[in-house]
Design a protein around this ligand. Structure first.
Ligand SMILES: Nc1nc2c(c(=O)[nH]1)N[C@H]1C(S)=C(S)[C@@H](COP(=O)(O)OP(=O)(O)OC[C@H]3O[C@@H](n4cnc5c(=O)[nH]c(N)nc54)[C@H](O)[C@@H]3O)O[C@H]1N2
Ligand SMILES: Nc1nc2c(c(=O)[nH]1)N[C@H]1C(S)=C(S)[C@@H](COP(=O)(O)OP(=O)(O)OC[C@H]3O[C@@H](n4cnc5c(=O)[nH]c(N)nc54)[C@H](O)[C@@H]3O)O[C@H]1N2
Ligand code: SF4
Ligand SMILES: [Mo]
Length: 749
């Protein structure tokens, strides 16, 4: 069968894929490259944290074709979004010039005018409010060099720790979970573990739609070995759940009951590995150090028979999956926003690690807790470079004097330059932009006026703050609050490094020029630094120079990747850190002797992120979400993604095949709820919460659990985040996009 990529996608849009020889999953297309390109260049998909390697074909200085890279970890596979990458440089509505708001209207300006305006706003705000009146809101989609430079410019140059970004909405709970439990962030496992696992535990992850190329790898593994079991936990019967051997459908917000009940069963039935716990773990309860007897007491409250009903599931389901998890040869957990975007996100992450630690399902091939990353460069660009308000690069913390001192020395600034006070996290930052505490902000590669929760409250209040937005597209909703807009280069119009889920860093080279006057975000930051008199500090001004500075910085830390020279990144299909020397092949499994160069000689496993080399088992009690159902709001709204669309849709909704395939956003409503409200598919319905309301079409199905409504947030004309509650996890500060109490109303006429 000889179909062009466009034809394949059209078929996909009609749901007709699965054609033999073409793809095993609707999301995953094989490479399909007409001989158009004159030269081929290796790169990375700009979308999700799977970080698929791509080959980019150029002809006459234009991108004409993109296909999966058969030498990369994805072995040439791409999902529908990756398969459409060639469309990116030609998308409509690109910003070609800077814009300045004059008399309420964004008006074309020169770069010099725009940057002068921005630099003036930074200077005057700093004079008026001090360093804490400034802010940077960045993204897991910036290149590492861009995030690193922004972080250094703000924290060391402007003495301002208000540096945060969309990873706060995404990976914060996972990152804090890893740091609390193991002392250092980032997963210890790798994608290759999929080929060794005999049990996959997917909780709060719709990997079929959100990490399709990895999910296909799981399905391949499952087909090859009949022992392999797939457990899926989601309040919706997702496409991922369609492949599960055990599908558990709890009410949103109740998963900590489930995980604690699994541990209860494991303790009660002797499914734990006492030797492993004694050698590699410490147990910590509410009142400090605890032990296995203390754990037994703690988990006594979580007997399946006591808690299952509150989750809307059966006790026997909990017992079944507890056994599968503990007794399988190798269990691999994969989780994403259903767990992270929760007021108990950190506790959920800790407890998921407990399951692995208590059963010894860790640091063996196939046995690993692998948090799936959302954005392509949330790990490498933001978590590793510490571009968040409480962090410094390479796992250091602002609040620790010794950490500040090391970073000041490495950045060659005077002792005491970095403020000891953490900056505002995303939710507090936008509040501060609304109440005058922050007077000037630079937003880069994020579209918060579509993607923050409780959106209306934020949007209405930030009007008095000076806001500069760096963005490639003229229709991003955040432009509505901008005073200055800077046109940004996109993907291969600029150069940088992406670091994905399995600690793999990959280089993207600049292949084409950006349109109009658009510039790379690094160039914008360097220009700003110069105008603020900080050119000496920001002395590395090209992607390669910044990489070299950051690479050498890493040598002083447990994130050591100083062996990853630009030269190696140009040649190799990415490298996994730790990678301390230029001849080191990179590390597949961290904390494992013989693989991880930082593990002391003679040790099989060492959780060296903690001073005593022991991981911590935290006993974490369940608390109900603040969004309880009531007479006024008897249902739960949960939100998330669809396969074809990327976040706020600024890119994917412009690709006709993807836009057509996803359709417009809609409310997915359970058959029973629809029946009770006398609603049928296609009818317009209103969903109302204590925070706002939205009207759009209903789609009735058996997908969501009864009592649960689902909506996606890609549609810029249907802002579901005006309905979503603003609560967040007290430790990670990650908002709970997944649980809002709502009511459903039929819209007449
Ligand atoms: N197609 C596509 N892929 C993407 C993205 C995209 O925009 N589009 N974005 C990327 C990014 S940044 C991210 S963060 C990831 C997100 O990847 P995922 O987290 O897999 O995606 P979501 O749809 O946000 O949420 C996953 C599931 O959580 C479920 N859920 C809701 N509430 C609960 C709960 O209380 N408990 C449990 N167990 N589950 C719950 C939802 O029903 C949903 O199916 O995707 C990445 N990949
Ligand atoms: N209701 C609900 N809301 C959510 C979530 C949810 O599950 N439910 N998930 C949250 C999560 S996990 C995430 S990660 C966020 C994502 O939230 P956002 O980051 O706000 O969403 P994006 O659409 O990815 O925004 C990226 C913006 O940067 C622009 N852009 C693309 N490339 C570049 C570049 O190279 N440079 C610059 N300067 N700009 C660029 C894009 O056009 C777009 O406007 O959404 C969060 N919001
Ligand atoms: S799975 Fe993610 S990285 Fe791979 S092609 Fe799809 S969107 Fe791109
Ligand atoms: Mo995300």
């Amino acid at each position: 069968m000889d179909l062009t990529r466009r034809e394949v996608l059209k078929l996909c849009g009609m749901g007709a894929l699965g054609v033999s020889g073409l793809a095993t999953l609707p999301g995953c297309l094989p490479s399909n490259s007409p001989a158009l390109a004159e030269t081929w260049h290796k790169g990375v998909c700009r979308f999700c944290g799977v970080g698929c390697g791509v080959m980019i074909g150029l002809r006459d200085g234009k991108v004409v074709e993109v296909k999966g890279d058969d030498l990369a970890h994805n072995k040439a596979k791409l999902c529908v979004k990756g398969s459409m990458l060639a469309e990116l440089p030609g998308l409509p509505n690109r910003l070609l010039h800077p814009l300045i708001r004059k008399n309420g209207k964004l008006t074309q300006a020169s770069w010099d005018e725009a940057m002068t305006r921005v630099a003036d706003a930074f200077q005057s705000t700093r004079q008026k409010l001090g360093p804490t009146g400034l802010a940077f809101y960045g993204s897991g989609q910036l290149y590492t060099q861009e995030s690193y430079t922004a972080n250094k410019l703000f924290k060391a140059g402007l003495k301002c720790n208000n540096v945060d970004g969309n990873p706060r909405l995404c990976m914060a709970s996972a990152a804090v979970g890893y740091v609390q439990t193991y002392g250092k962030d980032e997963p210890m496992g790798c994608y290759e573990d999929i080929e060794h696992a005999t049990c996959f535990f997917l909780i709060g992850a719709n990997a079929y739609e959100c990490h399709p190329v990895l999910f296909e790898r799981i399905l391949l593994r499952k087909r090859q070995d009949k022992r392999v079991k797939l457990i899926v936990i989601d309040p919706r019967r997702t496409k991922t759940a369609g492949y599960a051997d055990h599908f558990i459908q709890p009410l949103p917000g109740t998963d900590l009951l489930l995980l604690n009940a699994m541990i209860h069963v494991m303790l009660e039935d002797g499914l734990i590995q006492r030797d492993f716990i004694a050698e590699h773990c410490r147990i910590s309860g509410d009142g400090g150090a605890s032990d296995l007897a203390g754990s037994q007491d703690f988990y006594a409250d979580y007997a399946p028979e006591k808690v299952a009903e509150r989750m809307g599931i059966a006790p026997s389901q909990i017992r079944e999956i507890a056994y599968l998890f503990a007794r399988s040869e190798a269990t691999m957990s994969l989780w994403t926003m259903g767990i992270n975007q929760r007021t108990q996100g950190t506790y959920l992450n800790n407890t998921l690690h407990n399951l692995h630690l208590m059963t010894g399902q860790i640091c063996r091939p196939g046995a690993t807790p692998l948090s799936l990353t959302g954005q392509g460069n949330a790990c490498g660009g933001v978590r590793d470079t510490g571009t968040l308000s409480h962090l410094l690069p390479a796992g250091r913390l602002i609040k620790k004097p010794a950490h500040r001192a090391i970073v000041e020395k490495l950045w060659k600034v005077a002792p005491g330059t970095i403020s000891p006070k953490p900056g505002f996290h995303a939710m507090e930052l936008f509040k501060a932009m609304g109440d005058g505490r922050v007077g000037c902000a630079l937003i880069m590669a994020s579209n918060p006026m579509q993607t923050l929760p409780n959106l209306r409250a934020f949007r209405e209040k930030v009007k008095d703050c000076f806001i500069c937005v760096a963005e490639p597209f003229a229709d991003a909703r955040t432009l509505e609050i901008a005073d200055v807009v800077l046109p940004s280069a996109l993907w291969v119009e600029k150069e940088g490094v992406y670091g994905q889920t399995e600690r793999r860093y990959q280089l993207l080279e600049k292949l084409i020029d950006p349109p109009g006057e658009a510039r790379s975000d690094l160039d914008i930051l360097v220009d700003l630094a110069k105008r603020l008199g900080l050119a000496d500090l920001i002395s590395a001004q090209t992607p390669e120079a910044v990489w070299d500075e950051w690479r050498q910085f890493s040598a002083t830390s447990k994130y050591n990747f100083s062996g990853m020279t630009y030269d190696r990144l140009r040649k190799e299909r990415g490298l996994q850190w730790p990678c301390p020397t230029e001849d080191h092949p990179g590390t597949k499994r961290r904390f494992v002797g013989g693989d991880d160069p930082l593990v002391p000689k003679g040790k099989k496993i060492s959780f060296y992120g903690k001073p005593d080399h022991k991981a911590v088992i935290y006993l974490r009690p369940y608390e109900p979400t603040p969004e309880s159902r009531s007479k006024a709001f008897p249902l739960f709204l949960t939100t998330g993604r669809v396969l074809e669309q990327w976040h706020s849709g600024t890119i994917t909704d412009k690709v006709p095949e993807l836009s057509r395939a996803s359709g417009r956003a809609r409310f997915e409503i359970n058959l029973q709820d629809a029946h009770r409200h006398d609603i049928v598919s296609g009818q317009r319905v209103r969903v109302v919460s204590a925070f706002g309301e939205l009207t759009m079409e209903a789609f009735v199905s058996d997908g969501p659990k009864a009592g649960v409504i689902f909506a996606s947030f890609f549609d810029s004309k249907r802002l579901i985040n005006e309905v979503v509650a603003p609560h967040f996890d007290p430790f990670s500060k990650q908002p709970e996009f997944k649980v809002t109490a709502v009511r459903l109303e039929k819209v007449l006429a």
